[in-house]
Design a protein around this ligand. Structure first.
Ligand code: 6R9
Length: 666
C-alpha cells in the first residue's frame, strides 16, 4: 500500500471550530453520566411496552453489564409497525430498496408491505413450532426475505443466527451445533456475479453431518422448487417455505421482550479455537444501532424516509452483506429503526462490470454510500474512467468500515467518488461492539485520511500500555485500545461460554473492555488503528482466526503441523500465508498444495482461501517447542532486515530454508 500524495496527518475539515467544540462538550457530557445519556435516548427513540426501571447495572469486570433490564419492547415493532401508525404514518414509504444480481432486478418494498410480509413469515415460523427463545439459523442470499426473516424472528422472540452465504457446510454445521439450533432457513439458490450458489445443497450437506443429526428439526426453504429446479428432498425435514408463508394471515402480534432478551447471535472469529457466538440484546443493541446510524451518517436532522424523487431526503445504501455485523446494524436494524429506507444489494461491485456501484449511485440517487476499503482498493485499480462516466452528484457522505483505510484509497474515495465535497466517515467498530465506537461525524468533526478519528457519543476510549495495563494519559500515545465504560450495544456474552467472553474481553485489562486492536493517538487526540494484536487476520474486512485455518489444515491426513500468519496484500489488506510440515513419508507436490487450499475452502469458506502455502520439513521452533510466529510473519512479508534474534531457535537454519521457499513462491 502506498500513501502517495498525502501529507502525513493532513486534516480535511468539513467542520468548523464551533462544531468541533460542540462535539467535544457533548461528548464529555455523554460520558460523564452514561446512565442519563442513554436513558434519555432510550425513552425518546424507542417505543416501550413497559418502561425500564434502571438504565445500566453491572460491570465489565464481572461481565454482568445490562441495559434497560425490566423494560419491555419489541424490536420488530420499533423497526416496522410504528412507522405504519400515527404519528409517523409512513406505511406507504419505501422501507427496502432491493437491487438483485442483475441491475434491472429492482424491488421497492414499503413499510406497510414489509409489515405484512414479516407477519406472514412470523406466522409460518410459529405454525411450524418455532418458539420464543429458539435459535433460528439463517443461511440466505441477499434478498429482502433475509431481512424479513430476521425481523420475523425478532417479532416472535426467536433469536436469529445469520451465517454469511459464503460459509461452507462444515462451518454451518459447527454453528448449528454450537447454538443447538433446531430451525434453519435457507433458499434453494442464490445469485452472485452471474453465478448460482446452491445454498440448499450446502445446507443439506451441513445438516447431514453427525453433529447436526437430531439437532435440526426443520429446514425452511424459500423458493423450495426454485427457478433452477433444485432437487426437492422428500424427507420430513424440508418445508417449502414460500408456499407456507404465502398461506399465512398477515397479522401477527409482537412478543413483549425484555430489553436484555437476546435479539440475535452472530458468530465471529477469535484468536483461539472455534468461532464464538456473540449475543446481542433487544433493547441496548437496537438503541445503539439506531443512534449510531443517525449520527455517523449525518441523518440526525432528518426524520423522513428516503425517496429517489425527493432531493431533500437521504437515500442510504450500505453495500455490505447482511451476514456480517455491518449488515445487521447498518442494513437491517439501524436504518429501519430510524424509519428511513435501506438498500439491499445482492451482487458484487464487479458485476456486470466494475462500474456497478457508481451506476447504482446514479440510478438511485444515493446520498450515503457505505462500503469497505478492500472494495475501494479493488475498484481504484481500474482507474477513474468508470466513476467519471456516472453522475455521482447525489453523494453527500461516504463511509468505510472493516479495516484501516490506507490514505491513498481514502484520497481516491474522497476525490474521485466524492469529488472533494463529501465527508468520508471512517467507522471503527466490531461484531462485539454492536455499532460504531470511533468515527468522525459528517460536518461536525474533521477528517484525517487513515484515522478513524474520535469516539462516538457515550463511548469513553482509552489507550493502555500493553505491558502495565495503565492508561496513557498524554494526548499522544501508543498502545492497545480499550473502552472504559459500558455502552448499550456491547455484546453481553459468548453463547454457552461466558468464561470465554470474560477471558477474551474483560480479563486482559481488568476494568476495561479490551478490543484486541493496537492503536496510536496523535497530538490532536485522533485515533489511528494499527491492527489486531491477537492472532486474528483481517482479510478483505473478514475476520479469520489463524487457529481456524490451522485446524482446517491439520485435519488433512498429509499435514503434520501448520502455522498460519498474515501477509500484506495490496487489495485484501491482509492475505493468508500457511506454513505446513507434512506427515512422514508424504512427498511435497503442487497437487497437494491445491488439495490443501481446497481443504481450507471447504472447511471454512472460499473467502478464507490461502494466498500462499509453503510446504516445509520444519518450522522455526523455540527450544521449548513453541512456533515462532513473529519470524514466520517477517519471512512471509519479506521483511528480512527486521527478522530479529533467531538464536533462540532450536534449529536456526530452518529460517534460511523458509526464506528461499517463500522467494520461489513470489
Ligand atoms: C465492523 C467489523 C472487527 C475488526 C476490528 C478492527 C477492524 C473494523 C475498522 C477496523 C480500522 C476501521 N476494523 N473497522 N480497523 N479502521 N474503520 O468490521 O466487525 O468483522 O468484527 O471486525 O475489524 O481490527 O477489531 P468485525
Amino acid at each position: 500500500m502506498t500513501n502517495t500524495d498525502i501529507e502525513p496527518e493532513a486534516v480535511y475539515n468539513p467542520s468548523t471550530a464551533a462544531s468541533l467544540a460542540l462535539y467535544k462538550s457533548a461528548h464529555s457530557a455523554s460520558i460523564k453520566d452514561i446512565s442519563s445519556y442513554w436513558s434519555e435516548l432510550a425513552k425518546s427513540k424507542l417505543h416501550w411496552f413497559a418502561p425500564f426501571p434502571t438504565a445500566v447495572t453491572g460491570s465489565f469486570q464481572e461481565g454482568s453489564v445490562s441495559w434497560f433490564a425490566g423494560g419491555k419492547l419489541n424490536v420488530c415493532y420499533n423497526a416496522v409497525d410504528r412507522y405504519c401508525l400515527p404519528p409517523f404514518n409512513r406505511g406507504n414509504e419505501v422501507a427496502i430498496i432491493w437491487e438483485g444480481d442483475e441491475p434491472d432486478a429492482i424491488k421497492r418494498i414499503s413499510y406497510h408491505e414489509l409489515q405484512l410480509s414479516v407477519c406472514r413469515i412470523a406466522n409460518a415460523l410459529k405454525a411450524s413450532g418455532v418458539q420464543k427463545g429458539d435459535v433460528v439459523t439463517l443461511y440466505m442470499p441477499m434478498v429482502p426475505e433475509l431481512a424479513m426473516t430476521m425481523l420475523a424472528c425478532a417479532r416472535i422472540g426467536a433469536v436469529h443466527s445469520v451465517i454469511f452465504a459464503g460459509f461452507s457446510a462444515d462451518a454451518i454445521a459447527d454453528r448449528i451445533d454450537d447454538a443447538k439450533s433446531k430451525w434453519v432457513v435457507t433458499a434453494s439458490v442464490g445469485s452472485r456475479g452471474g453465478r448460482n450458489l446452491p445454498l440448499k445443497t450446502i445446507c443439506d450437506a451441513a445438516i447431514k453431518k453427525e453433529r447436526c443429526v437430531g439437532v435440526v428439526q426443520k429446514v425452511f426453504v424459500f423458493d423450495g422448487n426454485g427457478p433452477n429446479g433444485s432437487e426437492w428432498d422428500k424427507e420430513d425435514i424440508h418445508v417449502r417455505f414460500s408456499d407456507l408463508v404465502h398461506a399465512q394471515w398477515p397479522v401477527c402480534s409482537c412478543e413483549w421482550m425484555d430489553a436484555e432478551d437476546p435479539l440475535f447471535i452472530l458468530y465471529t472469529s477469535g484468536s483461539t479455537g472455534r468461532p464464538k457466538g456473540l449475543v446481542h440484546t433487544s433493547g441496548g443493541y437496537s438503541l445503539y444501532a439506531m443512534h449510531t446510524t443517525a449520527n455517523s451518517f449525518g441523518l440526525s436532522q432528518q426524520t423522513g424516509p428516503s425517496s429517489p424523487n425527493d432531493p431533500h431526503k437521504d437515500v442510504y445504501a450500505c453495500v455490505a452483506d447482511a451476514g456480517w455485523i455491518t449488515g445487521h446494524s447498518y442494513i437491517v436494524y439501524g436504518p429501519l429503526l430510524n424509519g428511513i429506507s435501506t438498500f439491499m444489494f445482492e451482487s458484487t461491485p464487479m458485476y456486470p462490470d466494475h462500474g456497478r456501484y457508481w451506476d447504482m449511485v446514479q440510478r438511485h440517487k444515493i446520498t450515503v454510500f457505505y462500503t469497505a476499503p478492500t472494495a475501494i482498493r479493488s475498484l481504484m485499480r481500474f482507474g477513474d474512467d468508470a466513476p467519471n462516466k456516472y453522475d455521482l452528484s447525489s453523494l453527500k457522505v461516504l463511509g468505510t468500515v472493516g479495516e484501516p483505510i490506507n490514505p491513498a484509497a481514502w484520497k481516491w474515495y474522497f476525490d474521485v467518488i466524492g469529488k472533494g465535497k463529501c465527508a468520508v466517515v471512517d467507522t471503527y467498530w466490531q461484531t462485539e461492539t454492536g455499532g460504531h465506537v470511533i468515527t468522525n461525524l459528517p460536518g461536525v468533526t474533521p477528517m484525517k485520511p487513515g484515522s478513524c478519528t474520535l469516539p462516538c457519543y457515550g463511548i469513553e476510549v482509552v489507550v493502555l500500555d500493553p505491558a502495565s495495563g495503565q492508561e496513557i494519559d498524554t494526548t499522544a500515545a501508543e498502545g492497545v485500545l480499550a473502552i472504559k465504560q459500558p455502552w448499550p450495544g456491547m455484546a453481553r456474552t459468548c453463547l454457552g461460554d461466558h468464561q470465554r467472553y470474560l477471558n477474551v474481553y474483560m480479563k486482559p485489562y481488568p476494568g476495561y473492555y479490551f478490543a484486541g486492536d493496537g492503536c496510536r493517538r496523535d497530538e490532536d487526540g485522533f485515533i489511528w488503528i494499527t491492527g489486531r494484536v491477537d492472532d486474528v487476520l483481517n482479510v478483505s474486512g473478514h475476520r479469520i482466526g489463524t487457529a481456524e485455518v490451522e485446524s482446517a489444515l491439520v485435519a488433512h491426513p498429509a499435514v503434520a503441523q501448520a502455522a498460519v500468519v498474515g501477509i500484506p496484500h495490496e487489495i485484501k489488506g491482509q492475505g493468508i500465508c500457511c506454513f505446513t510440515t507434512l506427515t512422514e513419508g508424504v512427498p511435497e507436490s503442487e497437487d497437494l498444495i491445491k488439495e490443501l487450499r481446497n481443504q481450507v475452502r471447504t472447511s471454512i469458506g472460499p473467502f478464507a482461501t490461502p494466498d500462499m502455502i509453503v510446504l516445509t520439513a520444519a518450522l522455526p521452533m523455540t527450544r521449548s517447542g513453541k512456533i515462532m510466529r513473529r519470524i514466520l510473519r517477517k519471512v512471509a512479508a519479506g521483511e528480512l532486515d527486521t527478522l530479529g534474534d533467531t538464536t533462540t531457535l532450536s534449529d536456526p537454519s530452518v529460517v534460511d530454508i523458509l526464506i528461499s521457499k517463500v522467494e520461489n513462491l513470489r
